[in-house]
Design a protein around this ligand. Structure first.
Ligand code: AHR
Length: 306
């Protein structure tokens, strides 16, 4: 039998072919493109129908995209919520319409909607742990002493909130690890370049960069080089994701560490749908196992980088 919390969730009939909605948040970086490609490949492999939408960086559009999936009567919705609070109506409306929903890669505000109650489950990385791991590698490399510029992800998104708190939590025990400036670059390369340039001009004493994703890191590297600085020497860099560019930058000595955040969700998401339809209990939080890339192990990873 199903656990009591499951009673509140919409049921899913067993079928050979499902119509699955995937509500993507934006497509302006290789991570997002790899995530979408993984969903499309998995749908194709199983012969299921995929209804794909791209919110183009707008939480309001993403809510509208989910509403349109509800109107089209998809069987199940996979949502990568751009921000934690604005997507709550989408979660609640899917539940009310009787359509099971899985949150993929990003979460929503846990005080407003719960896994196993309002949506089936969250499937993704542990962003707090990613922040910890980035901080740990950086702290070790600089012997516990750095003046850090932080580039945050999209304001109000779960990865930005959790990567910030995970990093801050780790460096608390290291008084000479100091964040001297912190601002959002919206997870985007060019915004990261612009924001880093401004922060670095104001804080030329900086010795390290903690960036919440690889795209902003690549933007910041461009800004460092334009300023005549040497990434990896003048500034030690910790990043998150595992894109081709950033892991190649480890190989080139420009980046110290990239904590992996795996975008390839297709197999795990579609397996979870099948299990849910079969009445199997699904944990409300399914956490990916991620790796940590440094110059010691990055060469083996490069062929699979995206
Ligand atoms: O939610 C995961 C984050 O979103 C990835 O780190 C980033 O690259 C993406 O846009």
């Amino acid at each position: 039998g199903l656990r009591p919390a499951y009673a509140a969730l919409p049921k899913l009939k067993k079928k050979d072919v499902y119509k699955v909605g995937f509500a993507q948040t934006e497509s302006n970086n290789p991570w997002r493109l790899a995530q979408t490609a993984s969903m499309k490949a998995e749908a194709e492999k199983r012969g299921w129908q995929l209804v794909y939408t791209d919110a183009a960086g707008s939480a309001a559009k993403q809510v509208a995209d989910v509403r349109s999936m509800i109107a089209q009567k998809v069987d199940v919705i996979l949502l990568s919520p751009r921000e934690e609070k604005p997507l709550i109506p989408a979660v609640m409306e899917a539940k009310k319409a009787g359509i099971p929903m899985f949150l993929i890669d990003r979460g929503v505000d846990a005080t407003l909607a719960k896994g196993g109650v309002d949506y089936v489950a969250f499937i993704g990385s542990d962003f707090v742990k990613e922040g910890h791991q980035a901080a740990e590698a950086l702290t070790k490399a600089v012997d516990g002493k750095a003046l850090i510029i932080e580039l945050q992800g999209t304001i109000g998104s779960s990865p930005a909130n959790d990567r910030k708190s995970g990093f801050a939590d780790f460096i608390k025990a290291h008084p000479e690890m100091k964040i001297i400036a912190s601002q959002s670059g919206d997870f985007a390369r060019d915004k990261g370049r612009q924001v880093f340039e401004t922060l670095y001009q104001a804080h030329p004493e900086a010795t390290a960069l903690y960036s919440h994703n690889d795209e902003m890191t690549m933007g910041a590297i461009a800004a460092m080089e334009a300023a005549g600085k040497v990434p990896g020497k003048d500034l030690i860099i910790a990043s998150i994701d595992g894109t081709k560019d950033a892991t190649q930058a480890i190989q080139d000595g420009k980046v110290l560490v990239v904590v992996e955040c795996n975008p390839k969700f297709g197999p795990a998401a579609f397996d979870a749908i099948v299990k849910y339809a079969a009445g199997e209990a699904i944990a409300p939080r399914l956490v990916n196992t991620d790796r940590v890339f440094t110059k010691e192990n990055v060469a083996a990873y490069l062929p699979e980088a995206y």
